[in-house]
Ligand binder design. Sequence first.
Ligand code: ZN
Length: 273
Amino acid sequence: MSRKSRSGRHTIEGSPLAQSVMRHLAISLATAAVLATIFTAWTPAGLSPSELAGQLAAALEGSPTEEASFYFPSTGSIDPSELTIGVVVGHSGPHPDTGYVDPGTQCSDGLTELMINQAVGDLVKSMLEAAGLKVDLLEEWDDRLAGYRVVALVSIHADSCLPSGEYATGYKVAAAVETKVQDKAQRLVACMVDRYGRATDLRYHQYSITLDMTEYHTFREIHPQTPAVIIETGFMYLDREFLTKHRDAVARGITDGILCYVNNEPADLDWED
Ligand SMILES: [Zn+2]
């Protein structure tokens, strides 16, 4: 698939504050590929439980300060199916205070962001399970998110349905600015950006990520050692056809991003081309 449709990613958009946040993230991203090989030097999916346990032990020995970085069972052998991925279906479920389900962005004809997020989330769950991982499908305000500790967490969202010009197309991925596992979170971002772009051929909105994304409430609820990202899968106006008719590709992109991270695969971002 051609990647030229992503060539518009240097376009400057958003507020100066958002831009400065994104410059910070972009610098972290540039080092993410290098950090990847250091910090996630193990490969669960293709290994037997005993091989995996050996790799984990070796990785921990070689990097004592990373001791608490990955969650895995403390006793017995490690099975890939015990590695849990959290998938939040953006806007699903009631708000704990109001009981109201906010369906997110809404189009004038009734299409809601929640409909897209739910369909994609369900597909991502099946795809990750087919790859041998355990998946928690979570609601936006899920009780389980308090202190939630897993290998990785991804929250699925979609962008505005307003007809706001030719640039309102493409996807965004962001991690929390204030995370205790910056290296892992940025590597997860790098994997998601790369694999989602490849699976969908959508444009990456590098400079239009907002504080709503980097200060997303879920990032404050989960365990500080859980690397987490939020993805805006596309714009509901210009990318509508893709988001509603090519959900397999949307879900495949998210799934491949998570597998890239878990399997320690390289993420090729070639930012400066
Ligand atoms: Zn949303």
